[in-house]
Write a protein that binds this ligand. Structure first.
Ligand code: VGL
Ligand code: ZN
Length: 204
């Protein structure tokens, strides 16, 4: 892969895999492909969804609400999720089957008690940056390839923000899996097409 390209691996964590707290169907199946893809990139960044126990995105913190309902928060609509990726727990670790020793950065997101962060670049208030844009730009990266979980939430939001920050963005579809909640996957692909994000089956 060209030197100006980076692979961004989103939220490949046990809690998003079968047996985890918020399992994405087939979430673990993408790991061998991700390991092979990563070997072809000099710059690889991993993200971890990383929430405090009292996080605003957890249904358990909204009395009377159930997982997968939507509420309105000061920054907009928020899907309520089962409690997942609690910072420091085994479900929030990088998945142990990931084998990417040369990955150069790990971004943890969603640590603010009252703001979610699907995107690897910007929190859901759409204002607070994780710093990833600067990290990539300072290393001369202009094209971001994306893989991981879930296609229609954290991967899609990260790709949209990558475009907003001026990067080319390409989602590697075979290296992602979706939650697909009430049509969220089709909606995500439509938004991604609208911002000029690319979509490939696999690169290898
Ligand atoms: C994610 C729901 C809640 C994701 C994270 O990684 O796509 N989805 N938190
Ligand atoms: Zn989360």
């Amino acid at each position: 892969m060209q030197k100006n390209s980076a692979l961004l691996i989103i939220d490949v964590q046990p809690d998003f895999c079968p047996g985890g707290a918020l399992p994405v169907p087939g979430g673990d199946q993408i790991i061998p492909l991700i390991n092979r893809l990563a070997a072809g990139f000099e710059t690889v960044v991993l993200t971890q969804d990383w929430h405090p126990p009292g996080h605003v995105s957890f249904a358990a913190n909204h009395p009377g609400k159930a997982p997968f309902e939507t509420v309105t928060l000061p920054y907009g609509p928020q899907v309520l999720w089962p409690t997942h990726c609690v910072m420091g727990t085994p479900g929030a670790a990088l998945h142990p089957a990931l084998d990417i020793p040369h990955a150069s950065a790990i971004i943890r997101k969603g640590s603010n008690l009252v703001v979610d962060s699907y995107s690897a670049f910007l929190e859901a208030d759409r204002a607070t940056r994780t710093g990833l844009d600067g990290y990539l730009k300072s290393r001369g990266i202009s094209h971001v390839y994306l893989a991981g979980l879930a296609t229609d939430f954290c991967v899609a939001w990260s790709a949209e923000d990558a475009r907003a920050f001026g990067f080319e963005a390409t989602i590697i579809e075979d290296a992602c899996r979706a939650i697909d909640l009430n049509g969220s996957l089709a909606a995500a692909w439509a938004r991604l097409a609208a911002v000029g994000a690319g979509r490939v089956g696999t690169l290898i």
